[in-house]
Design a protein around this ligand. Structure first.
Ligand code: UAG
Ligand code: ATP
Length: 523
């Protein structure tokens, strides 16, 4: 889709920069990007103030890649006035006081408002967004819909066959999101399941999308470096459940935040609730979740009806995630009996989700999971404790330069549930790795009653040590990085995939090999 700028900017706080000739109005743009590396011929480049660098510094490179106009802010105009960054005479330059605030709406106009041509499901909450979106995608496919998925692990469409690319962010930047939605519409996607992070809500990444159904999973401590407090974090999530952002919402009311969300919606906003604990009133209630293979057989009751489905994903928390996805589909108008039959026909709600309770061996049982905050670690460790005959081992660390306040609670949870705790590195980013480990080790050692606690900084060595030290009846959980394949230490990226390390440790263990620093734990 190509649109003249004169058609897309009326109504938006955007004006031509002083000195830009009138010809800007007839300039036709095919797309918009805020990263020069993504520019296609005919795009508008939006170069704005960033946390690290100003995007206007890349305007020349964007024009060299085919950008036909530039949108920037006042600081960007100063940069473009510098001969080192000045654009060729005649390049249309537009200016807005706050570019990120307007980018979503501008991109939606340029790409032809693609979100309005899709049925859109948004999932927010601290944990379970990715999982719930895979459940939604799986169920929608079972219903014969052509579904796109946007989330932390990957962005994918199912038309005409599966196409996936790794995700950069949980929720893409506004221009990238609109470009992606336009691509999906062009491919024939009918439904979209996407994760909406609190950062995205706060930073305006989804401002131009009105979702058909929004879902809330839960809230536990995370990202307080950005939001300041749990109230601030909740307020960011809550904004999704307003008529400006979604037509209706579904809240999982197992925690107090979900209950508060369900009870506090503005008049006229359609909100429903789902819960797995009968102590909390909910429109749809899980009345039974019985073990079925590795997962559960779930019965939901609501609106005078019952709906049964199975999921192979383990843990009570996956009963909650799957039930939320199901109730979001019901909220969208799906008939419960039709959904029940479609799920039965598809063999249940059992998507394969990279790095989420991913089972890599059975004796000992070795699982890689993305649990990286207290809420996630608590539910995963409690599920594994209950199903482990032998000893429970956990290998984990904490990401650097992020909400350090959650570290002590994670360490205490590890020793509460596990027999052996190996503290290692996650993504230290720019923080000294040893200092992060110390933040975990102190509280872990202080709280350790009977557990063995040890420190092995090198994650490969830590994984190998835990696996070679485990007996067949034991469970080893490698927590925190899930599907991730890059470890960032002091600004340098290293390849590291927990699943590959587990496989090679299992091979070494089967062959009797021993690497450096391995062996039984010491106190
Ligand atoms: C706080 C935040 O969200 N920051 C994002 C933001 O960075 P920034 O504003 O500092 O941008 P910058 O690097 O200074 O660059 C400024 C501008 O120049 C452009 N640029 C920059 C370099 C270049 O070579 N060319 C170029 O055009 C950039 O695209 C940008 O428009 O824009 C960057 C480019 O898109 C993002 O990579 C970066 O995400 C950072 C890496 C990040 O970690 N974000 C996290 C906090 C985040 O958003 N997480 C949530 C999930 C949280 C969860 O639930 O787990 C998410 O939705 O992903
Ligand atoms: N409903 C839930 N409640 C608590 N923890 C959960 C729940 N669902 C999943 N988890 C845990 O959280 C981890 C992350 O799950 P998932 O990727 O689905 O969440 P997310 O919200 O997308 O996380 P992120 O935004 O950090 O990527 C899982 O690996 C699991 O350990």
């Amino acid at each position: 889709m190509a649109r003249p700028l004169a058609e897309v900017i009326p109504g938006l706080p955007i004006s031509p920069a002083p000195g830009t000739r009138d010809s800007w109005a007839t300039t036709v743009v095919g797309g918009v990007r805020a990263d020069n590396r993504l520019i296609r011929r005919g795009d508008l480049f939006a170069g704005h103030t960033g946390g690290r660098v100003h995007g206007a510094l890349f305007a020349r490179a964007a024009v060299a890649s085919g950008a036909v106009a530039v949108l920037t802010d006042e600081a960007g105009l100063t940069i473009l006035a510098d001969p080192a960054y000045a654009l060729a005479e005649g390049t249309p330059v537009l200016v807005a006081p706050d570019v990120p605030a307007v980018l979503g709406r501008l991109a939606a106009e340029i790409y032809g408002r693609p979100a309005e041509q899709l049925r859109t499901f948004a999932v927010t909450g601290t944990n379970g967004k990715t999982t719930t979106c895979y459940f939604l995608e799986h169920a929608l496919a079972a219903l014969g819909r052509s579904t796109g998925l946007i989330g932390t692990v990957e962005v994918r469409t199912r038309t005409p066959e599966l196409r996936a690319v790794p995700a950069q962010l949980t929720t893409p930047q506004p221009a990238d999101l609109q470009a992606l939605l336009a691509e999906m519409v062009a491919e024939g996607v009918t439904d979209l399941a996407m994760e909406v992070s609190s950062h995205a809500l706060d930073l305006g990444r989804v401002d131009s999308v009105l979702y058909d159904v929004a879902g809330f999973t839960n809230l536990t401590q995370d990202h307080l470096d950005h939001h300041g407090s749990m109230e601030g974090y909740f307020a960011a999530k809550e904004a999704l459940f307003t008529p400006q952002r979604s037509a209706q919402g579904v809240s999982m009311v197992d925690d107090q935040w979900g209950q508060r969300l369900a009870a506090s919606r503005p008049a006229g906003y359609a909100m429903s609730s789902v819960g797995t604990d009968e102590a909390n009133a909910a429109d749809w209630q899980v009345i039974a979740a019985v073990p079925d293979g590795t997962g559960s057989r779930v019965t939901l009751r609501g609106a005078g009806q019952e709906l049964c489905f199975t999921t192979a994903l383990p843990g009570a928390f996956n009963v909650a995630n799957a039930s939320l996805a199901v109730v979001m589909l019901l909220a969208a108008g799906t008939d419960p009996a039709v959904l029940e039959e479609a799920l039965a026909h598809a063999g249940g709600l059992s998507p394969v989700i990279p790095g989420r309770m991913e089972l890599l061996a059975t004796a000992p049982r070795v699982i890689v999971d993305f649990a990286h905050n207290p809420g996630g670690l608590a539910v995963v460790l409690s599920a594994l404790r209950g199903s482990t005959e032998g000893r429970l081992h956990v290998v984990f660390g904490a990401a650097g330069s992020r909400d350090a306040g959650k570290r002590a609670e994670m360490a205490e949870l590890a020793v509460r549930y596990c027999d052996e705790v190996t503290i290692t590195d996650d993504d230290p980013h720019d923080e000294p790795a040893a200092a992060i480990r110390a933040d975990l080790l102190g509280p872990a050692r202080a709280a350790a009653a009977g557990s063995l606690v040890r420190e092995i900084g090198d994650r490969r060595v830590a994984i190998r040590a835990a696996i070679t030290g485990a007996d067949p009846a034991d469970t080893v959980l490698i927590a925190g990085r899930g599907h991730e394949t890059v470890q960032e230490i002091a600004g340098v990226e290293h390849h590291l995939d927990d699943r590959e390390e587990v496989r090679s440790a299992l091979q070494a263990s089967a062959g009797g090999a021993a690497g450096p620093g391995e062996g039984r734990s010491s106190r």
